[in-house]
Design a binder for this molecule. Sequence first.
Ligand code: FES
Length: 174
Amino acid sequence: MPMEEHHHDLTDDVGERRGFLGAMATAMMAGGLIGGYGTFATYAGRFLYPSGGDKTSWQFLATVDQLKIGSSIPFETPVGSKVVVARQSEGSTAEDFIALSSVCPHLGCAVHWESQNNRFFCPCHNGAFDASGKATEGPPAAANQSLKRFPLMVENGLLFIKVPTESVRGTREA
Ligand code: FES
């Protein structure tokens, strides 16, 4: 019937308009995402080629949920550096975690996280470090040594660590 046809025409017209607006919204969102990725690429470029010459990159560590508060996980960087990553608080940002070298600056023993004492501990000569890696007891404290810290980043519930991937000196780090 003519009335029904007219009604259908209107519906199609509105549908087309909605489709067009939807396409515009999608295009604008895509533009925003591309802009976001562009920013990320700029940062990634900076991380991959920092001013010092050594190459670094972000490496996946774990999902945020995998690392419970008080627990820690070991990690070895591509150039052989040993790292311990500990979760120190409940939140889900990079500030709730810490990544430190697990190699004691005294004589190179393995340092581990003690959540009950809120410190990193080296059993070789009772060296202790506070939650930020600053030496507080034993030979490392006497020599005012700290554990090397690595930057962390959380993206979409995933935890990443920024580590050297290649040394210009061609030597593997301790
Ligand atoms: S090696 Fe760690 S305190 Fe001596």
